[in-house]
Design a protein around this ligand. Structure first.
Ligand code: AMP
Length: 945
């Protein structure tokens, strides 16, 4: 289509033949950026009529070309002779020069000298050859206009232009920014890079500071290497430039007004960062090596440890927090983002200026792990944005023992994944510390200016194996032969400074000795460390420490105020038109508040939030479709049918209420749940809730449950009050959507690490949610939340149950059954209760009692014993579940139930009624599901059949 139009254009105009390609290129260049064509041509094209840009994001070429076709017929004849003939060789070459400039901007990085070892295999880039653009060495002395090139000259000989381009784009900095569609950002990079040829001239003081930081980085590894030979430390050797990089990042962010920086990183270089960036006391690290750590919790290996400190910058004190990290390399990324967002929300920092996320990645994991992509995808969304993350890849060109390009990834760079959000990528040779400094400044400035993610790809190497006990040359023989001969980054830089007379040998040695002495003394080695930190820079967690799960919470609420709030929530702004079914729900809620209708799940749940924010507890809820609710029960966000505008009644209750934030999330579980974990572990005062669209979706976030939620407190002493609502229930929806995999969470339970609840009434969910916020205990709460119960005619509550009740860990028999008559007790949780109840009523059975266990973990043994003790004549006791026998609560919780039963009566042996063992969580055929369900009800109620 494009070709065809252009052909038409030229064949009907007098500008034809050999000029076609030339004019076309020129015109395309003009469309991309008018400043890139020579002035005379710009003026000419400027005369052409414009299309209405407001109707199109991309300038449509076709109409312009068509206009151009008409105009060119009339106008080109009258162009002044001074504008030159289009067939002029010089003009054609001028355009080629501009295209050469563009080629360097787009692809120069592919020729950049990024690899300190010189082993990186680079693809050939024809676009960077003069010949490719119809130019040759014979043109090198010809003076051309420089177009939009920022080299301070409007015209320059081609050789100077090429020299500037080579130095800017093909030296030790390789910049990728041309994939950014925003012209302002592209121009920003061009200006910043080209004006200094990507290598600003730094003063002596800066250079010596760089050397001092490199000395620290290298010195620590050497020291640990000789004091603890062969002990795993995942040394930074080969990537020492990370330490000056971090130094600049922190200092520069501080000058921009950052108050907190949260860092996520895997194990490589972590000890170095802890000591040389965060200022951990060196003697504390040595104690860990010596096995002298105190055992307050279960602990973790030293290269997973987090840390906090405050450092001074020219912009003031900055709080640094290094997040604890499990061995699952990239999962800390969304956790850090969540922690940052929580801190930004606390500071009402909407733009992200005050709190900066920094993620340090390994090259193999960055390319390989899906959560990296998910985290990028969070970066500009309403619920998860943090004003841009500074990503640093410690690219040592090998992942454990795997380094072949064709094995580790499918794209040229490990950083290509960042392009999904158009993040600029600054590749830099780690052995050029000044270039590292420059790209760091660029990255911090870019984030500050555009509030978006940016990536520094620190191309370096790994001097030793994956860890210090690992021999790398077996798998990477050539690379390690090269590394053996490679002087350290510090050595190279010191030599460079000595050669340019910035440094003397003596001073270089003195720096090394000073650092070693500081280590010998076991002191802090970060000079900017603030010894008495400003504690206002972080949250006081002491009110939340030391509570048991049995801690009481008063979750009652004044009935009048609840009715007022409920009334307000049904008031909508003038002119706001809600959808018909939603109007009906609101009408029902008005009646529920008035006590004229039984309270259902949706009303009780939203009232839990409303009463909490009214009492000053902030609430944040995210997850797929949480505004409405997967099963359409919540309607916490209303949508105006006239213009689609959304309105959140709970966020607009009163001027002095606590914040209520609710966002539909992107379709991610792993990153989103990691984010909410990070948020919850940073903000004890906010009730943080994540809801899975269906319970089985949480499978995709299993690593977050395993490595953070269930064990973070015991490994790292980090409390977390995160609540997860996981829809669960056997309703014939097939193998996946029936089960939230209760058994998985129960398997992770020990030492009262999490709470697992299966509330079965609206009042129960109301009090469970309120309890989670009101009592100072900060423990994760996993909820098997219902689906059909949301509308079940028996799953209702009264207003009094909401206002005066509390969460009950077990629920007693509700029918008028005489306890003495009971010879069989059924214990169950969730939806199956109603199936049992209805059938028992239908069959008029009066010798079977049904009690519900609403909190499966921590198991409420005391409360259950109290409930059951009245059934003195019971001879049978069952656990009834819908899940297959190898799933649900049976295997993980039967010992608790058995103990309660046998304590009551040693002859009372626990039995099971439920589905048989099964590989699949549920039947896929409705008929089979119903048959199984019928059978388990019959088994439980002792009915024939
Ligand atoms: P941070 O800002 O994350 O460095 O936290 C500052 C201090 O608050 C930490 O050193 C801990 O003492 C405490 N703290 C932070 N998060 C938690 C948490 N989730 N549980 C308990 N204490 C915490």
């Amino acid at each position: 289509m494009h070709e065809h139009t252009m052909e038409q254009l030229w064949s009907t105009s007098q500008l034809s033949g050999g000029n076609v390609a030339y004019i076309e290129e020129l015109f395309e260049t003009y469309l991309r950026d008018p400043n890139e064509v020579p002035e005379e041509w710009r003026n000419y094209f400027d005369q052409l009529p414009r299309v209405d840009e407001s109707t199109s994001v991309d300038t449509p070429h076709k109409p312009i070309r068509e206009q151009f076709l008409l105009l060119s017929k009339n106008q080109h004849r009258s162009r002044p002779a001074s504008q030159g003939s289009v067939s002029s060789d010089f003009e054609r070459k001028q355009v080629q020069v501009l295209q050469l400039i563009n080629a360097y901007r787009g692809r120069g990085h592919q020729h950049a000298k990024l690899d300190p070892l010189g082993l990186m295999v680079r693809e050939s880039v024809p676009d960077l050859d003069l010949q490719f653009h119809g130019l040759s060495r014979a043109d090198l002395d010809t003076v051309y206009q420089t177009g939009s090139l920022f080299i301070g000259q409007a015209e320059a000989p081609l050789k100077d232009i090429v020299d500037a381009l080579e130095r800017t784009y093909c030296s030790t900095v390789g910049s990728e920014y041309m994939h950014i569609v925003n012209t302002v950002e592209q121009r920003w990079f061009q200006q910043r890079l080209e004006s200094v040829r990507a290598h600003p001239k730094y003063g002596e003081e800066v250079k010596l500071h760089l050397l001092e930081r490199l000395t620290a980085a290298e010195g620590l590894e050497k020291y640990l290497g000789s004091r603890y030979p062969g002990v795993k430390r995942f040394g930074l050797e080969g990537g020492e430039s990370l330490i000056p990089l971090m130094d600049e990042l922190i200092q520069r962010s501080g000058t921009y007004g950052a108050k907190e920086i949260v860092i996520g990183m895997a194990h490589r270089g972590r000890l170095n960062t802890l000591i040389n960036t965060l200022g951990k006391k060196t003697s504390d690290l040595f104690d860990e090596f010596d096995g002298k750590a105190s055992y307050q919790s279960h602990g973790d290996v030293k290269y997973h440890q987090g840390f906090s400190s405050n450092v001074m910058t020219s912009g003031g004190e900055v709080h640094l927090a290094l997040a604890f990290n499990p061995s699952h390399l990239e999962i800390v990324s969304p956790v850090v983002e969540g922690s940052v967002r929580a801190r930004q929300d606390r500071r009402k920092d909407k733009t992200g200026e005050k709190v900066v996320p920094v993620l340090i990645h390994g090259d193999a994991a960055f390319a390989g792990q899906g959560v990296v992509m998910e985290t990028f995808q969070l970066s500009q969304t309403r619920a998860y944005k943090t004003g841009g993350t500074i990503h640093i890849v410690i690219n040592n060109q090998v992942g454990f023992t795997t380094s072949k390009r064709e094995d580790v990834r499918s794209t040229e760079y490990c950083t290509d994944v960042a392009k999904i959000v158009e993040a600029p990528i600054l590749h830099v040779n780690g052995d050029d510390p000044e270039a590292v400094l420059f790209v760091t400044q660029l990255a911090v400035d870019y984030r500050n200016e555009f509030k978006k993610d940016v990536v520094i790809d620190l191309v370096c190497y790994r001097r030793r194996g994956h860890n210090e006990a690992d021999e790398p040359s077996g798998t990477q023989p050539l690379m390690y032969a090269k590394i053996k001969a490679q002087p350290t980054t510090r050595t190279l830089y010191a030599e460079r400074l000595i050669a340019e007379s910035t440094l003397t040998e003596e001073y270089s040695k003195q720096l090394e000795e000073e650092y070693r002495t500081a280590l010998d003394n076991g002191q802090h080695v970060v000079k900017s460390l603030v010894k008495e930190p400003n504690t206002e820079l972080f949250v006081d967690w002491t009110p939340y420490l030391g509570h048991e799960w049995t801690t009481k919470a008063d979750t009652t609420f004044d009935v009048k105020r609840l009715q007022e709030l409920a009334h307000q929530m049904q008031e909508i702004p003038d002119g706001f038109q809600v959808q018909r079914q939603v109007e009906k729900i609101m009408e029902d809620r008005r009646r529920m508040a008035a006590g004229a209708m039984p309270i259902n799940w949706g009303f009780a749940e939203v009232m839990a939030y409303a009463t909490l924010v009214d009492q000053g507890h902030a609430v944040r809820i995210t997850g797929q479709d949480v505004g409405r609710g997967t099963f359409s029960h919540r309607h916490a966000i209303l949508h105006n049918q006239k213009d689609g505008v959304a309105y959140s009644p709970i966020a607009n209750l009163s001027a002095d209420q606590a914040p209520f934030e609710l966002y539909d999330s992107l379709l991610s579980e792993e990153a989103v749940l990691g984010f909410e974990y990070g948020y919850a572990t940073t903000t004890p005062g906010t009730l943080v809730i994540w809801e899975a669209q269906f319970g089985d979706f949480a499978n995709g976030a299993q690593v977050v449950f395993d490595q953070f939620i269930s064990s973070g407190e015991h490994k790292w002493g980090r409390l977390c009050g995160l609540t997860m609502l996981l829809p669960h229930g056997y309703e014939g929806q097939g193998p996946e959507h029936s089960s939230a995999r209760l058994e998985r969470y129960l398997q992770l339970c020990a030492e009262h690490n999490v709470q697992i609840c299966v509330p079965s009434t609206p009042a129960q969910v109301y009090h469970m949610i309120r309890r989670q916020a009101i009592r100072p205990l900060r423990k994760p709460l996993v909820v098997m939340s219902p689906k059909s119960l949301l509308r079940h005619k028996l799953a209702t509550s009264t207003l009094e149950e909401l206002t005066d009740g509390r969460f009950r860990t077990c629920l007693d028999e509700i029918d008028q059954i005489e306890p003495e008559k009971v010879d069989r007790i059924l214990m169950c949780s969730g939806k199956v209760y109603y199936d049992l109840l209805e059938r028992r009523r239908a069959e008029e059975i009066d010798n079977i009692a049904i009690v519900r266990i609403e909190q499966i973990y921590p198991f409420p043994a005391k409360q259950l014993t109290k409930l059951l003790s009245k059934f003195t004549n019971a001879s049978e006791i069952y656990w009834v579940q819908e899940e297959p026998m190898n799933m649900g609560a049976w295997f993980s919780s039967q010992h608790h139930m058995r103990r309660v039963a046998e304590d009551l009566n040693p002859k009372l042996h626990l039995k099971y009624a439920g589905r048989d063992l099964s590989a699949s969580p549920a039947a896929g055929y409705m008929a089979l599901h119903l048959k199984q369900q019928e059978q388990l009800i019959r088994d439980a109620l002792n009915l024939a059949g």
